[in-house]
Ligand binder design. Sequence first.
Ligand SMILES: [Zn+2]
Length: 185
Amino acid sequence: MRCPFCQYTENRVLESRSAEAGQSVRRRRECLKCGRRFTTYERIEFVPITVIKRNGDRESFDRSKLLRGIIRACEKTGVSASRLEAMVDEIEAELQQRAVREVNSTEIGELVLQNLRDLSEVAYIRFASVYRKFQGIRDFVDTLNHLQSTSGRSSSQETVAQEKSPVSSDTTILTPSQPVSRAEV
Ligand SMILES: [Zn+2]
C-alpha cells in the first residue's frame, strides 16, 4: 500500500476496525518514511472465502453473520462489541492469509473458541454448545473440564491482538478466571 504523500510502500498499521456495517476493514496507517497517516479500506468481496458447511453446502464467508453469532454468545458477559469486532477482524485476517480459499465451518468455529477462551468462559461454553451441537449436560461438563485443564495457555495471542488494535485497550475484558456457574451454563 503506497503512501499517498510520498509513494513509499512501507507503513505500519496503527488501528484496525470494522467499517461499513462489517463490509470492510478500516485501517489507519502511518508511513515509515514521511510519518504521515492515511486510511485504507479492505473489502472482503474482492477475495471471497468459501465456507464449507457440515452438510457439504458451500457459502461465502459472512463476517456479519459470524459476528452476530459471537455477540449472541457474549451477551451479558461484559465483553465489549469493539473487542468482538477486533476478534472477527483477526479471524478473517487469518483466513485471508491462507493460500486455500475454502475453509470448513468447523475450523472457523475452533478459531472463535480459541479467541473466546481468553475473553469469557461463559461465552466460550455458549458458543461451543451451539456450534458443537451439544446433546446434553455431559457435553457441557466435558467442555468445561477441557477448558479448565487448558486455560492460561495462549497468553501470547492476546499480546499480539492488543498490539494490532490499540483501540481495544479501553474495553472491558473478563478475566479467564471468571467463574462459570451452572445456572449460567
Ligand atoms: Zn510517506
